[in-house]
Structure formats: C-alpha cells, structure tokens
Design a protein around this ligand. Structure first.
Ligand code: MN
Length: 335
C-alpha cells in the first residue's frame, strides 16, 4: 500500500537492523527533507528499541531553518564525530557514494552496510540494498520497511516521513498510486501537514524576491536542444545569493521548469567561492515523468553522463567552469 515496488525484498534489511548493536545513519550532502526525514524517522525507531543511533551528513555545517523543525534533530552529530569504524551503517536517499561527501570513507569501516533509496540510478553500493525505484520518496521506502519490521509510526515519525513524501512528490504533484494513501495514513497520526509543507517549502526571506528577479531575468531559452525538446537555463551566481541562504537557490528550478517552450530545465547554482575554479551544482528537470509523456527527456541519464545522477524527471550533477562553458557542456550532452 505504501509503495508500488512489489518485488522489493525487505527481509535482509529488517534482519540487519534487528542484529545491529548500534546504527550510524548517513544522509546525503546538502540534505533535503527526504534524506533527513528518512534518517531521523529510522533513528527514532531504533532509539525506541534501545539501540544506540546517530545520524550525520557531511555538508553543510548547519541545517536550513526549515529542516531544523523536524523532530529528532537531537540524533544528529557533526561528521567528525562519526567514528572510522561503526557497526551497521545505513545510508538514506543516497544514489551513490559521492552523495556522502567526505563521510563516504566510513563505508569501509562498517561491520555491515545497508543502502535505503529510491533513485533509479542507485549504484547499489551497500552489502544490503533496499532500493525501490518506483517509490516517490525514500520516506515511502522507510514506511514500508517499518511495516515489514512491525514498528508502529507515531506522530514524530510521521512528521519526518510526511516531510520527505511532501517534498519529493513536489507537494503531491508527482504522485503514483499509493502516494495519497500514505499521506492520509501519516496525517491520521495528528500531524499538521499544512504547517509542515509551509515551513519546508513556502517560507523564504524577503531578499529571496530580489534574488529571483535577477536570476529569472537572465534565463535563456534554446528551443533546438535535444532534438527540439527545448532547454531553458538559468544561472544563480554566488553574488545573487548575498542576503539569502544557499538553500534559497533550490526554489529557482521549480519556477524555471514551468516554461512551456522547453521540455528540459536547468539551473546552475554557483557554490560560494573557495578557490579559483568556479564550482556549480546543476539541477535538471524534465517534463517526462513517465512513459505516458513524450515531451521531455530522461535527465537521470544526462546527469549520470556528467558525473551525477537522479530520477528521470529530476536529476543533478556538479561541474566547474565559466557560465558559457558549462552551458555548452550541457548543450553537448543533450544533443
Ligand atoms: Mn528522495
């Protein structure tokens, strides 16, 4: 009922969690509500069972204001407090080891590793891989796992899982059969779904409006890209982010991708300068959300080719260079 991945086997994951003396849960870098909500929900269940648990992520040093409202942030430890050798190591919402940042080296020192994810591009880097590419969110996979494990979902766990589900489904726009049933079940615990989504997705400082006006004014449309699918691209320069938080840049792609003339949207976000080379994280979106549509492209394939990964309709990668160079690089990859 919670996911559509009937073929996914939860037995090995449940067995590993049952056997663990302690658990270290790692979320991906630049954590979003799905990775953090999944991690904190699982941590709460383990804590309730009396199993020592910690949750961590490599970057950045501080959580966004929105994510700090999730219950269970007390389980978080800074990355340097994650020992080199741990018992069971669980990664949540990480498609590849690169998503762990500098914590990726902890995989080698773990007694056992369990990868829980929903990215189709997942490289299955764990000893146990619980991957459901049909699940809307990792939070959905966690819910099915808890059902299999016969662990009840209380309001705090539901809050964390709802945050992941609401975020990864784009506020219930990209849904599959079962998405709303899961939301209903989580809401029935008494959580305030409207407040959770408003806090996580619809709250920005005033300076965000200025940033948007600059960034959107610079957007470019290339109708010929990818055999006429069309590409709309926008750049968020580090200087555009003065007065707003880096996370504010994440909202840009949701506006840019609405462009009717382009099946593919790209937003290039410049990292705060650390050396001479300009570093960018790139968000790709496609209107192709499944076999029923044919006006887009599989952006996971494109992102993977550029060293990243993701879903067919939402993916990303990291690149270096000047704006013209990185746009040309993407244009070449699109064909
Ligand atoms: Mn996710």
């Amino acid at each position: 009922m919670t996911t559509t991945g009937a073929a996914v086997d939860y037995t090995a994951a449940v067995r590993a969690l049952d056997a663990a003396r302690s658990v270290t849960i790692l979320c991906h870098v630049q954590p979003d509500a799905d990775t953090l909500g999944s991690g904190l929900a699982l941590a709460r269940v383990l804590d309730r069972r009396g199993v020592p648990v910690r949750v961590s992520f490599a970057d950045p040093a501080e959580l966004s204001a929105g994510l700090r409202t999730l219950p269970g942030t007390g389980y978080l430890v800074p990355p340097d407090q994650v020992p080199a050798e741990v018992d069971l190591l669980v990664t949540v919402d990480c498609g590849s080891t690169g998503r762990l940042g500098r914590l990726a080296d902890r995989l080698a020192g773990a007694t056992a590793t369990l990868v829980i994810d929903h990215h189709r591009s997942n490289t299955r880097f764990g000893e146990i891989n619980l991957i459901d590419p049909d699940a809307v969110s990792t939070a959905s996979v966690i819910t099915a796992l808890l059902d299999e494990w016969r662990e009840p979902i209380d309001a705090d766990i539901a809050h964390c899982l709802f945050a992941g589900l609401a975020t990864d489904s784009g506020s219930f726009r990209w849904v599959t059969p079962g998405t709303h049933a899961l939301a209903e079940r989580l809401l029935a615990t008494g959580i305030d779904g409207a407040a959770i989504t408003r806090t996580l997705m619809d709250t920005h400082p005033f300076a965000w409006l200025r940033m948007l006006s600059t960034v959107l004014a610079s957007a470019r449309l290339d109708r010929e890209a990818h055999d006429g699918t069309g590409l709309v691209a926008a750049f968020v320069l580090a200087s555009d982010l003065s007065g707003v938080r880096q996370e504010e840049a994440e909202s840009v792609v949701d506006i840019v991708r609405a462009t009717a003339e382009a099946g593919i949207a790209a937003v290039f976000k410049e990292a705060r300068p650390t050396d001479e080379r300009r570093r960018w994280t790139v968000s790709l979106r496609s209107k192709d959300s499944g076999p029923a549509t044919d006006d887009g492209a599989d952006v996971a394939e494109i992102a993977t080719g550029l060293g990243g990964g993701g879903h067919r309709y939402a993916a990303g990668y990291t690149t270096f260079g000047e704006p013209e160079e990185i746009l040309a690089q993407l244009r070449a990859a699109l064909g």
